[in-house]
Design a protein around this ligand. Structure first.
Ligand SMILES: NC(=O)c1ccc[n+]([C@@H]2O[C@H](COP(=O)([O-])OP(=O)(O)OC[C@H]3O[C@@H](n4cnc5c(N)ncnc54)[C@H](O)[C@@H]3O)[C@@H](O)[C@H]2O)c1
Ligand SMILES: N[C@@H](CCC=O)C(=O)O
Length: 541
């Protein structure tokens, strides 16, 4: 039975530096060579059994060297998805009967394995498969995933401890049951940590899960599954199905036992999932929980009091780290002319100096490639459109997909703040800049607050405290994560719980107690110790 134990107090995992000559760099370089040198079979995992999906084959390649195949996976068929659901439902009774401490121990052990012997493997897989620089992989596939695993255990314990009051002669309790059915976790390509967190957070709360990662993240997802098995996750608790998701939509979304969807990805995909659930709502045993963290068009608003050096660093890191492929990436900036005149040339020169290339072959590289041919084509179209537009000045930016899907840091200056570069999520290293006359600050703030449909992240850069307080108030609903004199990316578990509103998602804050509440269904229990034996009340005389 459940003991009320004190779970380990979590602290954020240390970020290793990977400086030339460091032991962690040597270990990582060795692991990259090993993983790049063999073509892996990227199987599904259903009820603990590994097997290839029954559908069309998919090559998983290195985005910065697309001729290099890391592994082969297959699209899952309807039969595969049905098998995964059956395996999950078969595992449910034993899993939900297991004590919280026993479940938690598995995920805490996974965190410790990842912090130690598995660190190089997950980082190498993320660098190779998702084209992350070593710094970007370390903060994702090592630190953030470790933090999710450890902090969620601590949040779960706090949630279970939240109990109602009792009156004399009565004992009231709240039981936090897992959901009845299975949770469908559908995860994006861009964060190994998110891909790991979405199935594990629901499983920690006693749920069984069908997990469908993105094919372009399948390489790291494969090793994440192996890590969870090494930590002792029983068969059937998390079932991994591979591929593009069409069969998942057809089978899992219409299954009566669908109890929840834990999604991160684009707004369009989440709206498709939500719509399908709506269309099938009378066919489920309960009302499926829908949690989705989706797209962004994240802003940096600079006030005339902004320090140009601070603003420049916020924009370079915020817009171009991981090739701008973060839902939080700065993709629109509003800069007063007085500040822009002092920073423009240095800023553009700094963007041009960023190294873009083979992140796996040279660990000092700042940026890799965008994820695939589809992303490359989207960015190419956006840059070509900007080049042809009379009112857009392409200050820097180019593309080349001959070896890898490379898009260089692109800065587009545009006088029209309603142009698509300030509205549409490209999800790449493309930054739109609107330069305004200093006296127009208030007008610009009001315009940018609602021009994009999203409300995920945003920054105010200013030294004037009145301006900071004013922007903080007026932009209250424009971002779920708001930054003052900092880049709008890089939220840390336990420090800046992450998520946004409007078209950016349900804002359930991944890696927080708020998220975990979505994966339980509470049962209130009242016990009366000496029950009355006469139905009459005093007022009845
Ligand atoms: N708000 C956040 O926390 C957050 C975090 C990361 C990424 N994102 C967003 O994710 C997007 C980029 O990720 P992506 O390109 O992987 O997104 P995506 O929507 O293309 O794919 C996400 C997942 O959904 C699956 N999928 C796609 N169509 C499906 C269907 N019809 N049925 C079932 N599954 C389906 C994909 O295979 C993948 O596993 C961006 O919009 C970004 O802003 C948001
Ligand atoms: N949590 C990450 C973004 C996740 C989306 O891609 C950040 O804060 O940069």
């Amino acid at each position: 039975m459940d003991a009320i134990s004190n779970v380990p107090v979590p602290a954020n995992e240390r970020v290793y530096g990977y400086a030339p000559g460091s032991p962690e760099r040597a270990a990582l370089e060795d692991r990259i060579k090993e993983l790049a040198g063999s073509t892996a079979e990227l199987t599904m995992t259903i009820g603990g059994e590994q097997r290839l999906g029954g559908g069309a084959p998919i090559d998983v390649v290195q985005p910065h060297n697309h001729a290099s195949v890391l592994g082969r996976t297959n699209d899952a068929t309807a039969r595969d998805v049905q098998d995964a659901i059956d395996a999950a439902l078969a595992a449910a009774p034993s899993w939900r009967a297991m004590s919280f401490d026993d479940r938690a121990a598995i995920f805490l052990r996974a965190a410790d394995l990842l912090a130690g012997p598995w660190r190089a493997t997950l980082n190498a897989a993320t660098i190779l498969g998702q084209s992350k620089s070593v710094q970007q992989a370390e903060i994702d596939s090592a630190c953030e995933l470790i933090d999710f695993l450890r902090f969620n255990v601590s949040y779960a314990r706090k949630l279970y401890a939240d109990q109602p009051i009792s009156s004399p002669g009565v004992w009231n309790r709240m039981e936090y049951r897992p959901l009845e059915g299975f949770v469908l976790a559908i995860t994006p390509f861009n964060f190994t940590a998110i891909a790991g967190n979405l199935p594990t957070s629901a499983a920690l709360m006693g749920n069984v899960v069908v997990w469908k990662p993105s094919p372009t993240q399948q390489f790291a997802a494969h090793f994440t599954m192996r890590l969870l098995e090494a930590a002792g996750l029983p068969p059937g608790v998390i079932n991994l199905v591979t591929g593009n998701g069409q069969a998942v939509s057809e089978v899992a979304l219409t299954h009566p036992a669908l109890a929840g969807i834990h999604f991160t990805g684009s707004t369009a995909t989440f709206q498709h999932l939500w719509r399908t659930v709506g269309e099938n709502i009378s066919g489920y045993r309960g009302y499926p929980r829908l949690v989705g963290e989706t797209g962004g068009k994240d802003f940096v608003l600079a006030h005339p009091s902004a320090d140009p050096a601070v603003l420049s660093t916020v924009l370079i890191r915020g817009a171009f780290e991981y090739q701008g492929q973060k839902c939080s990436a700065a993709s629109r900036a509003y800069v007063p002319r007085s500040v822009w005149n002092r920073m423009r040339d240095d800023f553009v020169a700094t963007a041009e100096s960023l190294t873009v290339g083979d992140v796996a072959g040279d660990l000092s590289t700042f940026m890799g490639a965008v994820i695939d041919a589809r992303a490359f084509a989207k960015h190419k179209t956006a840059i070509d459109r900007a080049r042809a537009a009379a009112n857009i000045d392409v200050l820097t930016g180019s593309y080349d997909d001959s070896v890898g899907y490379f898009v260089k840091p692109t800065i587009l200056e545009c006088a029209d703040p309603t142009d698509e570069i300030f509205v549409k999520e490209y999800f790449g290293p493309i930054l739109g800049v609107h330069v305004y006359d200093d006296g127009d600050y208030d007008k610009v703030l009001d315009q940018m607050e609602g021009i994009a449909p999203y409300a995920l992240t945003g920054s105010i850069v200013a030294d004037d405290r009145y301006a900071i307080a004013d922007a903080s108030r007026r932009l209250r609903f424009a971002a779920g994560n708001f930054y003052i004199n900092d880049k709008p990316t890089g939220a840390v578990v336990g420090q800046q719980p992450f998520g946004g509103g409007r078209a950016s998602g349900t804002n359930d804050k991944a890696g927080s107690i708020h998220n975990l509440t979505r994966w339980v269904s509470a049962r209130a229990i009242k016990e009366t110790f000496v029950p009355p034996t006469d139905h009459r009340y005093p007022h009845m005389g």
